[in-house]
Design a protein around this ligand. Structure first.
Ligand code: TTP
Ligand code: MG
Length: 380
């Protein structure tokens, strides 16, 4: 009898959440690592990106720096104008990657269904928790504690019935937040939020939506779909569904395309092909090492070029099998640079190289469908 009543209770609990999704996002990630490792930076406006006299952009900044209006992707020179006493530091990607790896491993202690979307951000489906914990809010609280104890860094978490809502929720009370969107309260949570809170809505789409008279998700949810698609093309349907909280995506650790990439804004625009090739070779080596270290494989090589006039292009090539060495990545990238861009003729401001469509070698193995991957040229 006892066992029965227990299972009846847990069935009832499970019924309340269709899916239990947690989104975890580290707070001011690169800047928080710098403040952790350099005590003199704590409680100060810290900008990660490099020398403010260089032409790079802000990777991220501490919450103290955000009070001055500094934001990711802003030119460093502008950040300097906004806050002259900010401390500008160079990024240490190897350290961030290591911390990220540690955090992702902690998340995998709770479930195999972890989809990491960037160094500092991941979704978990904890509908079936590894040790049977039923309450996703408790799991999220444990995760935050695990991360703090292991890394001395804070993360924000969102708990909801879908990936979309969990992501919006994790952003809701940053830093060190834990926001829960309980089943049945989805619209109450979403309706008052400004449209900018929808992932993928940047300043351009926001302006367009405001111009159309939609300031909040509630207003956007009530907008005729035809009007949205007419004005915004294929974004229209996504926005309409997002504003209504509709999202059927599954957390998928092995299929989601991921990218390993590096890019650099040069101190001076350059037409020097030899120099650009040299940079590509250095990126290829670093990327290849990263793939080896993180056990990931991918076959699509992506080259990014921004010209002096800020025109940005990407060119990619998908190989028939995964690259066997950094030299192979370099050769493909150099060929793309020479044949598919105007580098050497037009001045180049920024150069980037990446590998897209990455999957995790371990995760492929556990899928036990090697044929599927062999047909894509990925060796197990
Ligand atoms: P985010 O999670 O977007 O930002 P964040 O962790 O710094 O701050 P928040 O508390 O708002 O989450 O990005 C994670 C890291 O990715 C960030 O620390 C630095 C890097 N990044 C860039 O290098 N360039 C960018 O434009 C952005 C947005 C992030
Ligand atoms: Mg973050």
């Amino acid at each position: 009898m006892r066992a029965r009543s227990k299972s009846a209770r847990s069935e009832k609990d499970a019924g309340r959440w269709t899916k239990k999704i947690i989104h975890v996002d580290m707070d001011a990630f690169f800047a928080a690592v710098e403040q952790r490792d350099h005590a003199e930076l704590r409680a100060k406006p810290v900008v990660v990106g490099g020398d403010p006299r260089s032409r790079g952009v802000v990777s991220t900044c501490s919450y103290e720096a955000r009070k001055f209006g500094i934001r990711s992707a802003m030119p460093l020179s502008q950040a300097y104008r906004l806050c002259r006493h900010a401390v500008f530091v160079k990024p240490r990607f190897e350290v961030y990657r290591e911390v990220s790896c540690r955090v992702m491993n902690l998340l995998r202690q709770h479930t195999d269904l972890v989809e990491s979307v960037s160094l500092d951000e991941a979704y978990l489906d904890v509908s079936r928790h590894r040790f049977g914990i039923e309450d996703p809010v408790l799991i999220a609280a444990l995760i935050k504690q695990n991360i703090l104890a292991a890394t001395r860094l804070t993360a924000s978490a969102g708990v909801a019935g879908s990936m979309f809502l969990a992501k919006v929720a994790s952003d809701y009370q940053k830093p060190d937040g834990l926001t829960v969107v309980r089943p049945g309260t989805e619209n109450d949570f979403l309706n008052p939020l400004p449209v900018r809170k929808i992932p993928g809505v940047g300043p351009v789409i926001e302006k367009k939506l405001l111009g159309m008279g939609y300031a909040t998700c509630g207003e956007l949810a009530a907008a005729p779909l035809r009007r949205l698609t007419a004005e915004l093309g294929r974004h229209g349907e996504y926005l309409s569904r997002a504003a209504r909280g509709l999202d059927e995506r599954e957390v998928s650790p092995w299929t989601e395309p991921k990218q390993s990439s590096l890019e650099e804004t040069f101190d001076k625009d350059t037409r020097d092909l030899e120099f650009l090739r040299g940079r590509l070779r250095a990126y290829a080596e670093e990327i290849y090492e990263d793939l080896l270290k993180t056990g990931r494989v991918g076959r699509t090589i992506v080259l990014k070029v921004k010209y002096a006039d800020f025109r940005l292009i990407t060119r990619s090539q998908t190989l028939t099998r995964e690259p066997a060495c950094s030299e192979e990545i370099y050769r493909v990238a150099a060929a793309l640079l020479e044949e598919k861009t105007r580098a050497g003729k037009d001045a180049v401001r920024l150069l980037g190289l990446g590998i897209a469509g990455l999957v995790n070698r371990e995760e492929i193995r556990t899928l036990k469908t090697p044929d599927m991957f062999a047909s894509q040229g990925i060796l197990l």
